[in-house]
Design a protein around this ligand. Structure first.
Ligand code: ADP
Ligand code: MG
Length: 447
């Protein structure tokens, strides 16, 4: 195992930048991925949140740009795509820092920003382009971005882009940059979905699969707590109680919808907390303003949706609170990974009400462990979860909507009746939508 960056065959200018930053030892994913990437191999790489995946792809990419002759003088040599504007910007800033004393050019292409300014920036033939999938694909269609000379295509959080319904854009980009010499790399903490497998089969050429640890292994730097909740007001009381114990450290609170981010943040501000809301419904300048202020530590609490669950590296965040559970277990892993980064310790608390129960079960299944519940003083929930449906259903009774359009004589299954006194019992069946059709409000989509 590599113990020092200097053990890796990286260009001396890169080693110098790392030294200046005080980075001496590569993380495990870095030493493995860099070694393989420098051999020109396609990669499918995963490791836990906060383990340094960004440099694992930026360092070999920069090495290539510094050392190898370009395939084209005009087209970008490296294209990096991320699922959200905030993450693309963060990757871009890390790249800018790395190339600050080199003669290397880069541009950032985000949805929500002026298209023509981006066309002008692309005309200057940057060697690196970093951006979000939708807008990059728009530039390809507009012929303001040509990918014939692309040498390295990198997908950060590739699985999330599919969740957001960007499969077509990714395929278009792949198609326009399709030549023998292209190298492709995908990174995420969760890379096991069937849909992603289909894409990797198409886009990657005999990829090297690197995975450091399992996606569902417990993240030892994050203490996880779960609390039963009865209804909205109860959740709010529990949230305020949890906030009391955060010692004014930064907190990210995740809600299910963008509307809820506003409502909850307003409520917290009225209760004298320093809180801001971030969702994909805001303008790009509002989003930038909020993220800049929060990352500089100007606010204690960021209330947001899954738009901020991926990749964001905010080292002062010590608490993640799931006011609502995410629908998909993968997102739970990413949400809590906004804390406990780069060896720091963090805490994650999740409020589990009746409407979260199916999500909770799915998270528990994913984490393959029995989760213990805690109680907040004076705020224990009456709700204690629903009993599992033990009675095996006859195979002919299908759960999908389609099967309920009775083509057979089978009666539709009876709806589960859930009643508990004093508890807001919802019925929110968690069902993963087909990814291409998941551009709904709750996914808080990007462009
Ligand atoms: P991931 O993409 O795996 O979630 P990031 O690339 O965002 O993780 O990195 C998490 C944090 O770790 C960042 O603040 C980054 O600067 C820091 N970091 C990355 N590599 C190293 C290293 N080799 N030594 C020390 N810190 C590192
Ligand atoms: Mg990352």
């Amino acid at each position: 195992m590599t113990t020092d960056f200097t053990d890796l065959p990286l260009d001396h200018r890169i080693l110098k930048s790392l030294k200046t930053k005080g980075f001496e030892k590569p993380t495990e994913i870095q030493s493995l991925a860099i070694g393989h990437a420098l051999l020109g191999k396609d990669l499918l790489a995963s490791s836990k949140t906060g383990s340094g995946k960004t440099l694992a792809f930026l360092l070999p990419a920069l090495h290539r740009v510094l050392r190898e002759k370009p395939l084209s003088r005009k087209d970008p040599r490296v294209l990096i795509i991320a699922p959200t504007r905030e993450l693309a910007k963060q990757v871009f800033l890390q790249l800018k820092w790395l190339i600050s004393s080199q003669n290397v050019t880069a541009t950032l292409i985000l949805g929500g920003e002026n298209f023509n300014d981006q066309v002008k920036a692309l005309k200057r033939n940057p060697q690196f382009v970093v951006g979000t999938a939708g807008r990059i694909a728009d530039h390809v269609k507009d012929k303001s971005l040509y990918l014939n000379g692309l040498e390295l295509l990198i997908f950060d959080e590739a699985d999330r882009m599919l969740d957001l319904g960007f499969a077509d854009e990714l395929k278009l980009i792949d198609h326009c940059a399709d030549h023998r010499k292209r190298q492709t790399m995908m990174f995420s903490a969760t890379l096991d979905s069937a849909e992603l497998h289909y894409l990797t089969e198409k886009m990657l050429n005999a990829p090297q699969r690197i995975s450091v640890g399992e996606a569902n292994a417990p993240h030892l730097d994050i203490s996880q707590y779960f609390y039963f909740s009865d209804h909205l007001d109860h959740k709010i009381q529990q949230l305020e109680k949890l906030l009391e114990s955060t010692d004014n450290k930064q907190v990210i609170v995740f809600t299910a919808t963008r509307e809820d981010t506003d409502k909850l943040s307003k409520h917290l501000s009225e209760a004298n907390y320093d809180s801001v809301a971030l969702s994909a419904g805001l303008t790009q300048s509002q989003r930038s303003h909020i993220m800049n202020a929060f990352s500089r530590g100007q606010h204690q609490i960021l209330v947001t949706t899954d738009v901020a669950s991926r990749g964001l590296d905010l080292l002062n965040v010590e608490w993640v609170i799931n006011f609502d559970l995410p629908k998909h277990a993968d997102e739970y892993v990413h949400r809590i990974g906004r804390t406990g980064r780069a060896g720091n310790l963090g805490n994650a608390a999740s409020l589990v009400g009746p409407k979260d129960w199916d999500s909770f079960k799915s998270i528990q299944r994913f984490l393959t462990q029995t989760i213990e519940f805690s109680e907040l003083p004076g705020l224990a929930g009456k709700f204690k979860g629903f009993k599992s449906k033990t009675a095996a259903k006859p195979k002919t009774v299908q759960k999908t909507k389609r099967s309920n359009k009775k083509t057979d004589a089978q009666a539709p299954p009876k709806k589960r009746v859930r009643t508990i006194e004093g508890v807001d019992v919802g019925d929110a069946p968690m069902r993963r939508k087909p990814r291409s059709a998941s551009m709904d409000v709750e996914s808080d989509e990007e462009e």
